[in-house]
Design a protein around this ligand. Structure first.
Ligand SMILES: NC(=O)c1ccc[n+]([C@@H]2O[C@H](COP(=O)([O-])OP(=O)(O)OC[C@H]3O[C@@H](n4cnc5c(N)ncnc54)[C@H](O)[C@@H]3O)[C@@H](O)[C@H]2O)c1
Length: 311
């Protein structure tokens, strides 16, 4: 290593130490300032929420509209989609509903074009639509595995690519990925679902890195990893130590995270502090914790799969 390189490394370390102090103090101060005082104005934004015919997607769309966003909702469920649009419009908000099967790349590109023509450029994109089949590996039909991957991760490429160029041109936008705690910790009955959520976290973090590295400081990204939510997606599951989260709470946290440009949110927050145990404890002890204390696998055995839910 020559002297110039040595001093460059020294300089970068000194810079890191200074920024560490700045950002640690900043996050301490922010803890005492209520979120409403540090929220950005969303009134000029055009938000697209996928999977908004029900569940947390609908609630996120309603809450974004309440904050003054023009809202576009996509889903395959036509009836639920129309209901969401009506709820928003009856409350005086602006909402456009598009039937779009996000597993179909051509349909995504076609619908995105229509959105730009009829509404305008999307500035907040919430990749929320999700799908779970819910069986152990050998019991998941091949087409269900493919469907889970197409909905939960592959679609993110087509949807984000459809709107990112305009965000880059204006250096203005926000991309939100609704992942899951199952994307931080693999679990029973979820070889497909968990894998797609791990993938969505990798996808999201890589996109964050690319935008940062190329100086797009006006495009924010938010990654949300919720624990079970009581929407029906994980019907039948009764977690042992912590009951399911309420959809209203999760949607409020998602919208608050968008408004305050939060980068990484785990719901509930306590899980963020427990996750490092996965790396710190011996793996055999982790299994004891998972199986005997949390009873994660036993809990997930109660999951009703798609066919059982439809019955
Ligand atoms: N419910 C939970 O316990 C939980 C926990 C963590 C993360 N999540 C994630 O939160 C997000 C929302 O889940 P939810 O609980 O509201 O579930 P939900 O089933 O109520 O909503 C998912 C929506 O996605 C739509 N969708 C499915 N396939 C689609 C397709 N091909 N094209 C367009 N839309 C499609 C569905 O019609 C539905 O309206 C998902 O990404 C899910 O993985 C859910």
């Amino acid at each position: 290593m020559d002297l110039a390189e040595f001093f460059a490394i020294l300089y970068d370390f000194a810079l890191f130490m200074v920024m560490a102090i700045v950002y640690l103090v900043e996050s301490l101060i922010l803890m005492f300032i209520p979120r409403r005082y540090r929220s950005k104005d969303l009134r000029e934004e055009i938000a697209l929420v996928t999977g908004a015919a029900g569940g947390i997607g609908r609630l996120i769309a309603i809450k974004l509209a309440n904050r003054g966003c023009q809202v576009i909702v996509w889903d395959i469920n036509k009836i639920g989609l129309e209901e969401t649009a009506k709820i928003i419009q009856d409350a005086g908000g602006k909402c456009w509903a598009y039937h779009c099967d996000i597993t179909d790349k051509d349909e995504v590109y076609k619908t995105a074009k229509l959105v730009k023509l009829e509404v305008g450029n999307v500035t907040i994109l919430v990749n929320n639509a999700g799908y779970v089949y819910g069986r152990t590996l050998l019991d998941i039909p091949d087409d269900e595995i493919e469907r889970t991957f197409k909905v939960n991760i592959i679609s993110h490429y087509w949807i984000t690519k459809s709107f990112l160029q305009e965000m880059m041109r204006e250096n203005h936008g926000h991309i939100v990925t609704i992942a899951s705690v199952a994307g931080l910790l693999g679990t029973y009955n979820c070889t497909d679902y968990s894998a797609t959520k791990f993938a969505s976290i990798g996808y999201h973090e890589s996109l964050f890195t690319e935008l940062k590295a190329h100086g797009y400081d006006g495009i924010n990204t938010t990654l949300i990893c919720p624990y079970f939510i009581d929407t029906g997606m994980f019907n039948g599951v009764k977690p042992r130590l912590k009951s399911m989260l309420q959809p209203e709470y999760v949607a409020s946290e998602v919208v608050a995270a968008i408004a305050t440009n939060e980068i990484f949110v785990v719901l509930p927050g306590i899980i963020k502090y427990l996750l490092p145990l996965k790396f710190l404890l011996p793996p055999k002890l982790c299994w004891i914790l998972m199986y005997h204390i949390l009873q994660g696998p036993q809990t997930m055995m109660m999951l009703k799969n798609r066919e059982e839910k439809i019955k």
